[in-house]
Design a protein around this ligand. Structure first.
Ligand code: HEC
Length: 304
């Protein structure tokens, strides 16, 4: 009986929402429940936003939802061959966290204007760069104001620590048709600078450590192949490798100092996981926290 009352109550309070689905009355961006793709929103009937699809199962799910084209704005190289198996075309238009260059804006507008829709626009986590690219497309082709676009970015969780991304949207000027025409090809993959690639790899290992943290430092049930120590080692090695590169050595003293701090903290984390016996959860939490702060501190100064 109680369950029935709750359902009845939900029907009553959700009444006005269904009214807004009437044809001609646009609905705002809404989260979509998915199994394999993550952080997915249906932003407009022609645009989805979300995290990077992790392989065949996610491509399959997106294709089933009706998605026709994938647009990645992430630094990581996408997998157009795997996407093609599910009838999906890939376009790779990487952007940074500090804003979107004019030509990239024109390419994003060209993508929504010319490619089969719905598009699925993604960065890595689907929180910052992807939603900013979506905002640009929706302002150019879906009649959004910049207020609507910024409200969408807040809804998607885009951090206000990225003033460059919000700035593009606040001061958006739609490229004219000639600029869109001249925007050039929409490539399946784009070569990104070595440092961006290195950061993408660092971020993959960092994401794995954050997953250990979310599991209270316990392994994935049934998975005996990867250990916390191995993942900590990969993270430290990827930072160490980037630090050794000549291109990094040539950067400013402040940059190199910040890099060294990050690397030291990754090393301390690695050492903690190397001790025989279970690591101290309290120490791990502290070490991961301070490592994460060193990433953010450098990004604030040298990236965003
Ligand atoms: C010493 C400075 C510094 C440190 C430390 C640092 N980064 Fe970065 N990171 C950068 C810079 C600079 C860029 C932008 C590269 C570019 O666009 O040229 C970047 C870019 C990135 C990107 C975006 C890649 C893309 O797709 O464009 C990710 C993700 C990232 N860093 C993750 C991390 C993580 C995780 C850590 C810590 C474990 C970290 N970074 C530590 C300087 C740093």
């Amino acid at each position: 009986m109680r369950g029935f009352l709750i359902i009845a109550f939900l029907i009553v309070v959700s009444g006005p929402a269904t009214g807004s689905e009437k044809p001609g009355i646009p609905r705002g961006p809404a989260p979509v429940e998915t199994q394999k793709a993550h952080a997915v929103f249906r932003v407009t009937p022609r645009i989805y936003s979300g995290a990077q699809p992790g392989g065949d199962a996610a491509f399959h799910e997106l294709a089933r939802m009706g998605v026709r084209t994938l647009v990645s704005v992430d630094g990581a190289r996408p997998d157009p061959v795997a996407a093609q198996r599910h009838g999906l075309r890939y376009v790779h238009l990487p952007i940074g966290y500090d804003g979107i260059a004019t030509q990239r804006v024109a390419q994003l507008v060209k993508a929504i204007a010319e490619l089969p829709t719905p598009l699925y626009v993604h960065c890595h986590h689907g929180q910052h760069r992807g939603p900013a690219a979506v905002a640009v497309m929706a302002m150019a082709r879906e009649g959004w104001s910049s207020e609507q676009a910024m409200a969408w970015m807040r809804q998607a969780g885009t951090s206000t620590n990225y003033p460059g991304l919000y700035g593009v949207v606040r001061q958006f000027r739609c490229p004219d048709p000639e600029q869109v025409e001249a925007a050039g090809e929409l490539p399946e993959t784009t070569v990104v600078p070595a440092r961006v690639m290195a950061m993408v790899v660092i971020d993959v290992h960092w994401s794995r450590l954050r997953a250990w943290q979310r599991r209270s430092w316990k392994p994935v049930p049934g998975d005996v192949t990867t250990t916390l120590h191995q993942d900590a080692l990969q993270l430290w090695e990827s930072l160490h490798e980037l630090g050794r590169q000549e291109a990094t050595q040539r950067l400013s003293a402040d940059y190199r100092r910040r890099h060294a701090v990050s690397e030291e903290r990754a090393k301390a984390l690695l050492d903690e996981t190397a001790n025989p016996g279970p690591p101290s959860v309290q120490r791990l939490e502290g070490l991961v926290g301070s490592l994460g702060e060193s990433c953010t501190a450098c990004h604030r100064e040298h990236r965003d």
